[in-house]
Design a protein. Structure first.
Ligand SMILES: Cc1cc2nc3c(=O)[nH]c(=O)nc-3n(C[C@H](O)[C@H](O)[C@H](O)COP(=O)(O)OP(=O)(O)OC[C@H]3O[C@@H](n4cnc5c(N)ncnc54)[C@H](O)[C@@H]3O)c2cc1C
Lengths: 389, 259
């Protein structure tokens, strides 16, 4: 059932080695400087990680979304900044182009995205709200002389301001629909590809973040920003629906990333408790420590099964919304709980940035917020159980 | 160009390695088998030469059945096909025996260039490339940190204690590489999937016309008669700096022949 095939296992191992040999020795320094690790990203590109779920004819690896999840888990075991950079680039950047793009859009972007030379970003959240997307959206796009004219702003957009960012796919209100049953008019939301450097598209300086410090997150603003009409991604008015599909998949990916962080906490603790001594013996001999680690392992294991299961349903083409929400909820909890326990086991060293667990602690919290908060996951699960909105 | 890379599976250096109490040889089942690190550099160099000059890369492994994992990894990196030399008669072969077995196989499959890692992390004899070249009657270019090929001319930079020597020869030849030579690539998923479909030919001693009197534990020129677990490392000496720290440090280094 949940046994990896030889090929998945070989990929997992390949990324495990890469993370240990290439990422682990240098990432702490990037993190400390809040610098984007271009060098590591380029190497991830060379080993094909950015093209994992994309067919070979577009420069991809011909794998699937589960292969991406395995890679994310192994990266996040060592560091979450590089993992989220990959997650956002593939799941939010390349996949919407692959799934909804025209032939011309695919030809223009996919080869560059799958090689990791170019990053794509996904601009949904606005300063006014991320959970209630249609309600919080203020950004508009209107057609004028064969061009979209975009006005508004976006908040917290991953990969949107690196030197290698190619575009941001921006969700914007393009009109209004007939009022629904409740009598309220609903906005028509569409997605438009805005290439980096387009006049009127401004990228702010990086946020100062609690965690994910070596990843790129920016606020964006659009002032009479004009792009060709052909920049529409997918159908007009389907922007929100497309994003929902993208977010469902993205939740499985974030679950995998969270499991990686949870596993990284277990890995680090197993090493440390055999070395660190207190009151005359290794701290790993104390039951209080052993039980903590056992609990950490249980959380990691169950969270992994949850995301494997969600991915299995997704790849089988079955509905997986509930399973994706469950996987995201349990695994982000597991990551948060494990990070807290691992830091406790490390004592004072756990509070130091130079130790991976210090980074894990700072990186864990966002997992309960990004790609749908834990409350939003519970709302989704309740809806799937038929409870009223 | 027909390039053959000799690749060995070794016990993972990250796990505890043991000798078997049965016949005092390495217990290959006790530890996870991984590709010998320097062999990855050899595969990478072969792939680079192929990318620059065309040709085909064949992986040649002598080892037990589970060495197929190592073959798959080399194929996933991009090698075209593999030959797996596997036979109970080969168990316990020393470097001389191994070089005979590999040389016989190489004669069978043909080659323009043979590339090896300069040593393995288990036996660490570092003599195989020289022995192979001798048995094959080709030039040996060992400890290469750089390889250049121009038609049938091959030249390498051979690392030495004082820098490097330039060594040139004509193909066919045997080259061994050191880790300075390149950065081995990590297998991509496409490579991993493609490796499934690549041909792996299995050879036994008879197929390669290996003389069984020259291989295996019984024919080995050296024998492990007994072994003991290494004693735990003794505590170091702490030298207190009483104004003469520099002199004491120099004394220590001199006693170890560092200066
Ligand atoms: C580092 C980082 C990277 C990000 N990357 C991207 C990106 O690439 N693209 C993108 O579009 N967005 C991105 N985001 C935004 C992220 O998806 C949002 O922050 C998230 O969806 C939450 O939205 P919000 O911050 O507006 O919180 P709000 O929606 O304002 O929520 C505030 C609180 O209210 C709770 N809440 C809201 N509604 C309800 C309800 N009905 N019932 C109960 N509780 C409720 C929430 O759970 C939360 O606890 C990123 C965020 C961060 C921090």
């Amino acid at each position: 059932m949940h046994r990896l095939t030889d090929e998945y296992e070989a990929l997992r191992k390949s990324v495990e080695e890469f993370s240990r040999e290439v990422v682990a020795p240098v990432i702490g320094d990037y993190y400390e400087r809040c610098a984007f690790p271009y060098d590591i990203v380029a190497q991830m590109g060379r080993m094909g990680l950015f093209g994992l779920p994309i067919p070979e004819e577009h420069g991809g690896m011909g794998g699937d979304y589960f292969a991406l999840c395995l890679a994310l888990e192994e990266l996040a075991r060592v560091d979450s900044s590089v993992a989220i950079t990959l997650e956002a680039a593939v799941s939010l950047g390349a996949m919407p182009i692959h799934r909804y793009g025209t032939d011309a859009q695919k030809a223009e972007w996919l080869p560059r995205l799958t090689s990791g030379e170019t990053l794509g970003a996904f601009g949904l959240t606005e300063p006014g709200g991320g959970s209630d997307v249609p309600g919080g959206m203020r950004t508009t796009a209107t057609l004028d002389g064969g061009e979209w004219v975009i006005n508004g702003s976006k908040a917290f957009i991953t990969n949107s301001g690196t030197d290698i960012t190619g575009f941001v796919a921006v969700a914007a209100i393009t009109g209004h629909r007939e009022p629904g049953e409740d009598g309220r008019a609903r906005p028509e939301i569409s997605t438009i590809i805005v290439p980096s450097g387009t006049p009127g598209f401004a990228v702010s300086k990086k946020y100062s973040k609690v965690g994910w410090s070596a990843s790129d997150t920016r606020e964006l603003s659009f002032t009479d920003c004009r792009v060709p009409e052909a920049g529409l991604l997918g159908e007009r008015g389907r922007g929100y629906a497309q994003f929902l599909r993208t977010l469902d998949e993205g939740r499985v990916a974030i679950a995998a990333l969270s499991v990686g962080l949870a596993q990284g906490c277990v890995d680090e603790c197993l090493r440390y408790v055999r070395e660190r001594r207190a009151f005359g013996q290794e701290i790993g001999r104390y039951q209080a420590i052993q039980f903590k680690i056992a609990d950490m392992e249980v959380r990691t294991h169950t969270a992994r099964l949850a995301y494997y299961h969600a991915a299995e349903k997704m790849l089988a083409g079955e509905p997986f919304k509930k399973e994706a929400a469950i996987a995201k909820l349990v695994s982000s909890n597991a990551a948060m709980d494990n990070a807290r326990d691992a830091t406790q086991i490390f004592g004072g060293y756990g509070f130091m940035n130079e130790f991976p667990v210090g980074r894990f602690y700072r990186d864990a919290k966002i997992l309960e917020i990004g790609e749908g908060t834990s409350e939003v996951q519970r709302m989704l699960i309740a809806r799937q159980l038929g409870l009223p909105a | 160009m027909n390039i053959v890379v000799c690749v060995k599976q070794v016990p993972d250096t990250a796990t505890e390695r043991k000798l078997s109490s049965k016949d005092n040889t390495l217990d290959r089942d006790a530890a996870d088998g991984v590709i010998n690190e320097l062999c990855e550099y050899a595969v990478e160099e072969a792939l680079k030469i192929k990318e620059a000059h065309g040709g085909e890369v064949t992986v040649l492994t002598m080892g037990p059945a589970k060495a197929t994992d190592t073959i798959r990894k080399a194929l996933a990196m991009g090698a075209d096909k593999a030959v797996h030399l596997v036979d109970d008669a080969l168990h316990g072969s020393d470097a001389l025996g191994t070089s005979h077995a590999l040389a016989q196989t190489l004669k069978k499959i043909g080659f323009d260039l043979v590339i090896l890692g300069s040593e393995s992390t288990d036996a660490r004899t570092g003599v195989l490339a020289a022995m192979l070249a001798e048995r094959l009657g080709t030039p040996q270019l060992t400890l290469a940190r750089k390889v250049d090929i121009d038609g049938s001319a091959i030249s390498i930079e051979r690392v030495t204690d004082y820098g490097y020597d330039k060594v040139t020869a004509t193909l066919p030849a045997v080259v061994s590489v050191v880790e300075k030579i390149n950065e081995p690539r990590y297998p991509s998923f496409k490579g991993i999937m493609a490796a499934k479909k690549k041909p792996v030919q299995t050879f036994g001693v008879a197929d390669a016309e290996i003389d069984t009197a020259q291989v295996g534990l019984a024919s080995s020129w050296s024998e492990v008669t007994e072994f003991a677990v290494a004693p735990p490392r003794a505590a170091g000496t702490i030298v207190k700096d009483e104004g003469d720290g520099g002199a004491k440090a120099a004394e220590f280094l001199a006693s170890k022949k560092f200066i």
